[in-house]
Structures are given as C-alpha cells and as structure tokens.
Design a protein around this ligand. Structure first.
Ligand code: SF4
Length: 371
C-alpha cells in the first residue's frame, strides 16, 4: 500500500501569528504585509484565519452584530456604477419604486428588531437625497428609535455638510457610503461621480459627529494593490464599520458574468481587512452566500457582523440558517448597547431529515414592503 507522508514543519506557518501579536501590541499592518496576506497560498489559510481570529477576539470576543437592510427606494438611479443593478446602465430586472411610506419603514424596523438586528439600515438609490427624501428620513428616524431602540445607519448617497448635520440631529448613528475600491480603479467602475466625491461625503459625516460605515466590493477586476489601498484609506478614515461585499455579477449589469474570485480569495480579503483595521466592525456583506458558500462560518472567525435577511436587490439566505451558523460557532448575537440576545429556536433539520422528530414549520419572515 503506498504511503503518504506529510512534512508538518513546512505546513505550519507562524508568521501570521507573529503579525497578529505585533498588531495586538499596537503596530499597524503595513501595505506590504497586507499585500502578502492577499498573495498568500491556500496552504496558509487555516493559520491566517486563526491569526486574524485573535484580532477579532480582542475587539469583539465571540459576539456577532446583525444588520438589516431596508431598500427604501429602489432603482431609477441616473448614476452609472457598473456593479449596481439599480443604475441607468443596468437592464437587470429589479423592483423599482419611490420612497416607501412611513408605515412600511416602521414595519421594516419591527422586522429588524424581531430578527435581532443591532442596526436598521435605510438605503435609497440615487446620487444624493432630495429635500423631500431628507424630510422623510429625518421625520421617521426618531419614531423608529423610540419604538424599537435600533441603531440607525443611513445610506442616502452623496451628502452635503448641512445634510449630514440634519441626519445627526434626528438620531442617525452612522452613515454608510462605501469607497467601493481604490482611487486608482474608481474611474473603471463609475464615471458619474468620483472617489473624491465619496471622500467628501465621508468627511462631512465625520464632521457632523456620526460614525462612518464604509467598505467596498471585491471581484470587479481590481488588483490586490487596489484592495490594499482601499483598506488603508478606511484605516485613515477610522471607519467604525466596514462592509466587505463580494461581487454578485447580476445579469443585466455591465459586470454580469464576472467571476474572478475564489472562496479562498474572499477569506484572504476578509483577513487582510481585519489585519489593517483590527478594531473596526467587519461585516461579510453582499455576495456572502454566493462566494463563501459552505465556508461562511470560517468568515465569521474573521468578521464579526452579517446582514440578516435579503440584500438590496438580491436574496440572502434564510435568517434561520444564519442563526444556526452562529449557534454552531458558539457565538452570541448582541444588539444595541452590546446587549446579548437569545436567538429564535431553530428547526432541527438534521432530525427532521432523518425522521427523528417532526417539527411544525415556523412562520417565514416576509419583507414588509412585499417587494
Ligand atoms: S450604487 Fe447608488 S449611486 Fe451607484 S448606481 Fe447604484 S443606486 Fe445609483
């Protein structure tokens, strides 16, 4: 019988743990080190994730924070972001509707609270909010906070300094405005606004006293160096929250069919982002199910946050499956003010499958706007 031998010495990598130790001591990960993470071989991945987990554990322990997206206005956007199904250059079949009514936004907040979200994200398509949209947002947010105690993240497009102050005054905790990629690559994905426009909005958010939620998308054709530059920019901005999306190349968008990244690339990108921004909330965002597949749980050893439910125009996996993953990891969901919460009891699918016990079907949570 042929014998297989393994050289265990050469398959154990300690340098990622050395880097983690230095970062835990307060050193910053350099651009070269960040690049080395992205270029590291698959063999290194378990050690790399274990090292990144040490950073996650320092700042977030074994907690997970859930975010709930409400697409409060869909489609009809005159911008040309190549990755986006809501843009004027997209033929993707998506729901299009104008700003949702206050009762629908409140119903969404109730669902977010029921699903144990820490943060309710109100998102509208478009370059920038109109005065009418600003009034609707600033009118509804105090009601949502009073009724459900959720943190609020507003994603309304480009903001002036004055608009940012109004959002702060009505109770918005943070504003999402993604960098999406590096300054160098930005013109390749959008021509109707600039990277500098995005930075200006983020600076207005900070000046108004709100937290910054900013991240990006990987898999659009950018280089590893572009990803590192984006991570370093997010560090310079001191972004409290970083959503990392993995391109879902939706049919009808200019990037349709682009599948350049592997599951391991996605995990390395998460690790790189954690090493460069160790104390920032790191969220596995859109494209999670598509790209990470059965390794989503590995991603949660690095990231500490997920979107629960659906994305803006694409489906997410059932909340029940996310709860199961979090339970099986032994992690705890925390909501606003870091309060830990009990997750709804899951159906035991293994038992159902093997006929051990019959479970009544639980109610399926529906989108409140029916879209
Ligand atoms: S990302 Fe925002 S600004 Fe760009 S096309 Fe989509 S909705 Fe419009």
């Amino acid at each position: 019988m042929p014998q297989t031998t393994f050289d265990t010495e050469s398959t154990v990598t300690t340098h990622w743990h050395d880097l983690a130790a230095r970062v835990l001591d307060g050193e910053q990960t350099s651009a070269g080190e960040a690049l080395a993470i992205l270029n590291s071989p698959d063999d290194d991945l378990p050690d790399l994730i274990a090292a990144a987990y040490r950073l996650r554990r320092r700042y977030f322990g074994q907690t997970v924070q859930l975010y709930f997206l409400m697409n409060a206005k869909s489609g009809l956007c005159a911008e040309d972001c190549g990755y986006c199904s809501q843009s004027k250059v997209s033929d993707a079949e998506i729901p299009t509707y104008n700003f949702l009514s206050a009762p629908k936004l409140l119903a969404g907040a109730r669902l977010a609270a029921e699903q144990k979200a820490k943060t309710y994200c109100i998102v509208i398509s478009g370059r920038a909010p109109t005065e009418r949209e600003m009034n609707m947002v600033t009118g509804i947010i105090p009601q949502i906070k009073a009724q459900y105690g959720l943190n609020i993240c507003a994603c309304l497009g480009l903001l002036t300094a004055e608009q940012a102050v109004r959002l702060k005054e009505c109770g918005v905790d943070k504003v999402n405005h993604n960098l999406n990629t590096s300054e160098r690559f930005y013109p390749e994905i959008c021509s109707t606004h600039t990277y500098a426009d995005r930075l200006e909005t983020l600076n207005n958010v900070r000046a108004a006293g709100m937290q910054i939620c900013a991240g990006g998308i990987i898999g659009m054709g950018e280089t590893h160096d572009d990803l590192v530059q984006m991570a370093l920019e997010l560090r310079a901005l001191k972004a409290e929250s970083i959503p990392l999306n993995f391109l879902n190349p939706v049919d009808g968008t200019p990037l349709a069919g682009k599948r350049e990244i592997s599951t391991r690339d996605c995990l390395r990108a998460l690790c790189m982002m954690r090493f460069v921004n160790p104390a920032s909330e790191l969220r596995i965002a859109g494209g999670r199910e598509l790209h990470l597949g059965s390794l989503q749980a590995m991603g949660l050893y690095v990231a500490n946050s997920l979107f629960i439910g659906d994305y803006l125009t694409t489906k997410g996996q059932a909340a029940e499956d996310d709860y199961r993953m979090i339970r099986e990891l032994g992690f705890t969901v925390t909501v606003a003010d870091d309060v830990p919460v009990e997750l709804p009891e899951p159906r035991d699918r293994a038992k159902e499958k093997f006929g051990v016990v019959e479970q009544p079907a639980q109610g399926v949570l529906q989108s409140p706007c029916g879209e």
